[in-house]
Design a binder for this molecule. Structure first.
Ligand SMILES: Cc1cc2nc3c(=O)[nH]c(=O)nc-3n(C[C@H](O)[C@H](O)[C@H](O)COP(=O)(O)O)c2cc1C
Length: 212
């Protein structure tokens, strides 16, 4: 039985393009995997806590030697580690905020990198290696190759770097919907065709990947 872990983070509710794309993936995946199980997390509704000193200490102290505060900090985010460990497919719906990811997503990523998940540098082995990861993003502008702000994309490189440390980059696909702001910012209206094409491509990619 396969398990899809679906995570959203946008603060824009029903207006959100990343939520729309991740929902399209989840619906197509469920149709293609009727026997599969499904877990949904909304990081906007339930943001993971920031890392703190008690959590850091708990990472390196055996359970029986932890202080109550360290144990509490560890247990508070056990759901994140359990979710990732039991998922076969991890789907992240990620808006771009200030050229990067929302703080809730950064916090989630921080909690996905404890020592127990780190890849062995010599063997390349790790408990999360082999899982499929799909990241659907929505951006106000465009960061495609050749665009003026190509180098300002700190979203995909950040997610890639963090996931590579825990072996979640072997089967990792990004699907971007760009120029979302062309429909709300008048000065960007000239770029609506870029958004339309990007959105159509993203929808197609999501459907194909989910059904694979
Ligand atoms: C707080 C905030 C910061 C944003 N920062 C950027 C940015 O740095 N670059 C960009 O291209 N778009 C930026 N945008 C636009 C969003 O990326 C765009 O609206 C996207 O559709 C958000 O994803 P969503 O539709 O899933 O909410 C920002 C939007 C918000 C609300």
């Amino acid at each position: 039985m396969t398990n899809l872990l679906h995570i959203d983070a946008s603060i824009r509710g029903g207006q959100s393009v990343s939520r729309e794309m991740s929902a399209a993936f989840a619906d197509a995946w469920k149709a293609a995997h009727p026997e599969g199980t499904y877990t949904y997390r909304d990081l906007h509704e339930t943001p993971p806590p920031y890392l703190n000193g008690d959590y850091l200490a708990a990472m390196y102290v055996p359970e029986e030697q932890r202080t109550p505060e360290q144990q509490a900090a560890w247990e508070q985010t056990q759901w994140i580690r359990d979710d990732v460990r039991s998922a076969d497919v991890i789907l992240l719906g990620v808006p771009m905020y200030n050229y990067s990811v929302p703080a809730s997503v950064k916090s989630w990523l921080d909690h996905v990198s404890p020592p127990e998940f780190l890849v062995d540098a010599d063997t390349g082995e790790g408990v999360l290696v082999g899982k499929k990861v799909v990241v659907v993003t929505a951006r106000g502008g465009s960061y495609a190759p050749g665009t003026p702000k190509e180098d300002w994309d700190h979203q995909e490189p950040l997610i890639r770097a963090i996931l590579s440390g825990v072996g979640l980059d072997n089967d990792l696909t990004f699907i971007h919907t760009e120029m979302v702001l062309s429909y709300t910012v008048e000065k960007l209206a000239q770029f609506r065709h870029i958004h339309d094409a990007s959105r159509e491509n993203a929808m197609k990619a999501v459907a194909e990947l989910a059904a694979a």
